[in-house]
Write a protein that binds this ligand. Structure first.
Ligand code: FES
Ligand SMILES: [Fe+2]
Length: 432
């Protein structure tokens, strides 16, 4: 569930760095630019706070959830943008609204529920209540009692609503932004909107949730689904069992700004080549000796009729949409400190799915879910990386697979161009 914040120690950190150690490395970027990411950027506490302001409250769209989660008037969900708790509501007139989950009186949290229905948003502390659009409708004892107390004569309800966010939707996905400078959602998504339209082509039905605490910086996870290079190298289930291989027909599409990306693979389209055979035989994840006792988990039906077995789509800075065989899910990155990230998984199908297809989607959460046999490896490498960063006093990652450029063209998945583009935008947003 979109969980309430609960900070926990990192079990992999035998000797977690102290706050002073975290803030001591010089915050300079390597001269190579976006082909390097200095390790302090995964750990530095001050950088983390600046990200909240410049990226999460900056001119970007952030995924809040599915329209299907707030289907009826009066329904709401609470979630996060960065560290900020946010409420998404469906008002009586059917409109979607997003606002800070923070009372305009003295900052109490309006709701602690992940989901609910309500006629108004009510703050328990001093009973200020708000409409489902976030307007203040009542402040308790505002007139005082027996001529004493109460709010000043110039107090106006209209001036004290919840802080509102802009909201836009695409194919049932709800995004919000704090900034008036953010371009319209479709313009911001560019060509990557095609990848969303391809997968979300019918009314959705939510199947379930889980939230995974990853003991790593949010950017380590954000890089991962942009990283088409690792997919069939790290993941045995892709390589050995053939859901996604470099030898198959595939592609990678970035929007023209390079902020967002999706890549896809078509299972069963192997093109044999000598150099592929030579390299893949060296990969840990290609093991012809492995067999599944029950291979039904890999059965998939080509429900879109285009042969695409895997499509992973990522928007800056914290949203993922996946189709892995018949598993469909959104993943939302919620930052929980410099070295803690919650990844919220929402599994879904379509309203017209039959029972067999629903069952298949649920079975495949064992491939692509927080404990999925593919996805569990992604979280593991993020944590291993966070651990290996050590005190982050020196060092930087090397991001030159497929070149040193931002150039978004080409279709090869043997490329880190989506990651170079991420760091380019990150550096620009952060003024680094
Ligand atoms: S803090 Fe909400 S009513 Fe006082
Ligand atoms: Fe992966």
């Amino acid at each position: 569930m979109p969980a309430l914040d609960h900070r926990e120690p990192n079990p992999m950190s035998a000797h977690p760095p102290s706050d002073s150690a975290r803030s001591s490395p010089p915050r300079t970027w390597p001269s190579e630019g976006f082909t390097r990411a200095p390790y302090w950027v995964y750990q530095d506490a001050q950088t983390y706070l600046q990200e909240q302001q410049k990226i999460f409250r900056g001119p970007h769209w952030h995924y809040l959830g599915l329209e299907a989660e707030v289907k009826d008037p009066g329904s709401f969900k609470s979630t996060y943008i960065g560290e900020q708790s946010v409420i998404l509501t469906r008002a009586e007139d059917g409109s979607l609204n997003a606002m800070l989950n923070r009372c305009a009186h003295r900052g109490n949290m309006i709701t602690r529920e992940a989901f609910g229905t309500a006629k108004k948003l009510y703050c328990v502390y001093h009973a200020w209540s708000y409409t489902l659009k976030g307007d203040l409708s009542h402040a308790a004892f505002s007139q005082g009692l027996r001529g004493e107390g109460g709010l000043p004569k110039d107090f106006s309800l209209a001036d004290h609503g919840l802080q509102k966010l802009r909201v836009e939707t695409l194919c049932g996905l709800v995004f919000a932004t704090f900034s008036n400078a953010t371009p319209p959602l479709l313009e911001w998504l560019g060509d990557v909107a095609h990848g969303i339209r391809r997968v979300l082509n019918k009314p959705l039905k939510v199947l379930g949730y889980d939230t995974q605490r990853i003991h790593a910086n949010w950017k380590a996870y954000h890089e991962n689904p942009r990283d088409s290079y690792h997919a069939n190298i790290l993941h045995t289930f892709y390589g050995t069992f053939g859901l996604s291989r470099m030898s198959q027909e595939s592609g990678m599409i970035l929007d023209k700004s390079g902020r967002h990306v999706y890549f896809y693979t078509k299972a069963g389209t192997e093109k044999k080549s000598e150099d592929y055979e030579k390299t893949s035989s060296q990969l840990r994840s290609h093991n012809d000796g492995l067999k599944l006792e029950d291979p039904s988990i890999l059965k998939w039906q080509d429900e879109y009729g285009d042969g695409v077995s895997v499509q992973i789509l990522t928007t800056y800075p914290g949203f993922v949409l996946h189709q892995i065989a018949n598993s469909l899910a959104t993943r939302q990155i919620c930052t929980k400190g410099p070295d803690q990230t919650d990844l919220v998984w929402t599994y879904f199908g379509f309203e017209d799915d039959d029972e067999a297809l629903t069952e298949r989607r649920l079975v495949q959460t064992n491939l692509a879910g927080s404990a999925g046999m593919i996805s569990v490896e992604d979280a593991a490498v993020c944590e291993m990386m966070q651990h290996a960063v050590g005190d982050a006093q020196e060092g930087a990652s090397f991001i030159e697979m497929g070149g040193k450029e931002l150039d978004i063209s080409g279709s090869s998945k043997l490329s880190e161009r989506a990651i170079r583009n991420f760091w380019h935008h990150y550096k620009t947003d952060m003024g680094l």
